[in-house]
Design a protein around this ligand. Sequence first.
Ligand SMILES: Nc1ncnc2c1ncn2[C@@H]1O[C@H](COP(=O)(O)OP(=O)(O)OP(=O)(O)O)[C@@H](O)[C@H]1O
Ligand SMILES: [Mg+2]
Length: 454
Amino acid sequence: MATAGKLLVVDDERNILVSLSRALELENYEVVTARNVAEARHQLRAAAPDLCLFDVKLPDGDGLTLLETMQDDPDRPPVIVMSGHGTIDDAVRALQLGAVDYLEKPIGQDRLLLTVANTLERSRLRAENAELKAQLPLEDRTIIGRSKVIEALKAQIDRVAVSEGRVLITGDNGTGKELIAHAIHAASRRSAHPFVSLNCAAVPAELIESELFGHEKGAFTGAVSKKIGKFERADGGTLFLDEVGDMPANMQAKLLRVLQTGELERVGGNQTFKVDVRVLAATNKDLPEEIAAGRFREDLYYRLNVVPLRSPPLRDRREDIPLLVERFLADVATRNQRRAPTLTAGALALLASHDYPGNVRELRNLVERIVILAPPHQDVLDEADIRDFVPTRRPDSPVGYEPGKRLSELVADAERAIVVAALRAHNDVVADTARALGVERSNFHKKLKALGLK
Ligand SMILES: Nc1ncnc2c1ncn2[C@@H]1O[C@H](COP(=O)(O)OP(=O)(O)OP(=O)(O)O)[C@@H](O)[C@H]1O
Ligand SMILES: [Mg+2]
């Protein structure tokens, strides 16, 4: 018969081991025991328990130290600490060191069994969750697009990836700067090493330094233990400084020094060490403008901007919109556990006609809204179904009354603006545009000629 779980009980008092074991075995747990730290370490490896119960005072050491040494093991079993000399201090320390619970001796049977059962249940749930997560496909970070600008960008990424040069990625919000940074790392010889990123705009100014460089225990109030910084964690790999234009001035100076010397020290530390890190940075700010305004150091700019890469706005590559929409439809549908609807050519054209000041992120959100709010059983969505979701675009040229123009000229102006917009939305494919506008093809050709668009 399968047991309810394997437990390791560590206590130097034989009586306690015997009585706890008996109570637990009656509940169908398999129990292994240890009477000191050395035996406990052996059993942790040999028996691979699902849960541990540790006494604090042991003949050859301390249950808390044992707990502390387990901390770095990601697969460590949960530990419940028991103490006969129940001081609050021990309990607090035990919990700080990662114990999941604390039992005071003498331990009542009900309390013991309840605590053990709850702890095992929680750790089972956690393991299940981790497994489910591992089964989910990794976030897809492919750069989608077949437009000339995107093809050129991909070629640039491949070229810079193999070099070790620092890259400064600029571009508007939501154009994919972070995606580009990932792509550079993935295509570089550092790809098997960590990709670590820091969003300089999201971390409070006073914390950026210790985030980047780490700190020693006691370096400042609240520094209760040593912290490894992002530079160190990225060793061998890539450090991505996102929103670097928002880095506070004093940090800019410190970063510059590290980039110049390749050496750094933890906050509150006096040891200098070297790390092997490639730095990529991104910003949506115009750094030369920031430099002129005295908000960004020129010397740092030149250090970061060895290779400039520009992430193009979506309106400069509208032909990629259908591809992006297709991907996002599938993504969003999977995440919401429903079938992805299909968009008609007209619906796609409507999506392609918007200017997207928020770029790919805006398009992604728009697609998400459409999938979530669309009638649940409708598999095909046309223009009319999605019109309410798409922000109305500004006309290319203002259309209205202009003194000195005849009505026929004004109407022709308006008509030209509409036709130009429609053509653009359909990638200049005349047949598609004619169909979308409900005009017979040969008539549409005549119309284009009349409007001077041919
Ligand atoms: N070419 C692309 N192909 C697929 N997805 C893309 C592309 N460009 C951007 N995205 C997606 O759009 C969203 C925004 O991209 P990302 O976060 O990289 O933009 P960003 O330039 O860093 O924006 P911000 O300046 O606002 O931080 C992400 O969900 C990203 O996956
Ligand atoms: Mg970003």
